[in-house]
Design a binder for this molecule. Structure first.
Ligand code: R5P
Length: 303
């Protein structure tokens, strides 16, 4: 039997995953309380002995708390006799700090990978920020860690809803997403070059010349955090004659109230995100691709 456990950040996604896995799957609730001094007290409200436990938890909101809940829930499930623990982290945090940018900085991506390595057996995540580190293997070593992509879903969504589209990657890093989305929806694609002067100040210029006049521009990025990248890319698109400018972020972090900033800028016709982080802009559901991956692994582990 497979047991799906939500740790709070992705409850709806967890129930969709459980439904997708079918009758051989049950949902077990975990109660997270605290002692008077605020030590965590976690309790499984169902039996996980000899079960394959699937923890579903996005790292947003609150990446620190999420990581500690995952550690307790994973090691706790094993204390209680679980056969294996798989973490489904639709959004995996700590990936952008993948090198020491300034002396003394901790490489968070490596710390996170080590921490997860000691508590979970398998990891499935959606479009992690693999840029300087290119492969999950390079970060997670021998751990069974797998990245799946929302690009096919985004591409199909764009194809279904919009015509006369130009897909834009707002920087070189996001071009990998933009190019794939464009090829799925059969549209043109371009990339901007981004210069980041600070975490809140970016400028972009077009690198691959594409005619945007009268076009429906779709900016595709893995992460929308403060929103500055998207706003600058949108400004540039309007100045090049775009008819509408939408953005699609796989992970809508919307830090520092970015969503109001995006709205106030008046530069976005629509802001769309995948449900890897719960937000009103969620229009693209990743539960299907996660279920498919879980089923694929189950099948291959039986062989
Ligand atoms: C950068 O490497 C990512 O792909 C995003 O472009 C970036 O995280 C967006 O950040 P912000 O929304 O703060 O400009």
């Amino acid at each position: 039997m497979v047991v799906v456990v939500s740790l709070g950040n992705s409850s709806l996604l967890a129930s969709r995953i459980a439904r997708g896995l079918g009758s051989k799957c049950k949902v077990v609730r975990v109660k997270v309380g605290a002692f008077p001094d605020r030590d965590m007290l976690m309790r499984y409200l169902g039996d996980v002995r000899r079960q394959e436990v699937i923890l579903v938890q996005s790292f947003q909101p609150n990446p620190q708390k999420s990581l500690s809940l995952i550690q307790f829930a994973a090691l706790g499930a094993k204390q209680l006799g679980a056969k294996s623990v798989t973490l489904v982290a639709p959004y995996l945090a700590y990936m952008r700090q993948d090198k020491m940018f300034n002396p003394g900085e901790v490489i968070s991506a490596r710390v996170m990978a080590k921490v997860l390595g000691v508590c979970v057996d398998k990891l499935i995540t959606v479009d992690p920020h693999l840029h300087r580190v290119r492969r999950m293997k390079d970060l997670f070593g021998s751990m069974d860690a797998r990245a799946i992509s929302a690009n096919p879903l985004i591409g199909e969504d764009v194809k279904k809803k919009f015509r006369n589209v130009v897909v834009v990657g707002p920087d070189w890093e996001s071009f990998q997403w933009a190019r794939e989305v464009a090829s799925i929806c059969g549209s043109e694609c371009t990339v901007f070059e981004k210069t980041r002067y600070s975490s809140r100040n970016v400028k972009v210029k077009m690198m691959k010349q594409v005619d945007m006049k009268g076009k429906n521009v779709v900016i595709v990025d893995d992460i929308i955090s403060t929103g500055h990248t998207v706003i600058e890319a949108a400004k540039k698109s309007w100045s090049l004659g775009a008819k509408t400018v939408r953005c699609i972020g796989v992970h809508g972090l919307f830090a520092e109230n970015a969503i109001s900033k995006l709205k106030r800028s008046g530069k976005l016709t629509e802001v769309i995100s995948c449900n890897t982080i719960v937000h009103p802009s969620n229009k693209i559901d990743v539960s299907g691709i996660i279920v498919k991956e879980l089923k694929r692994r189950k099948k291959s582990s039986k062989k």
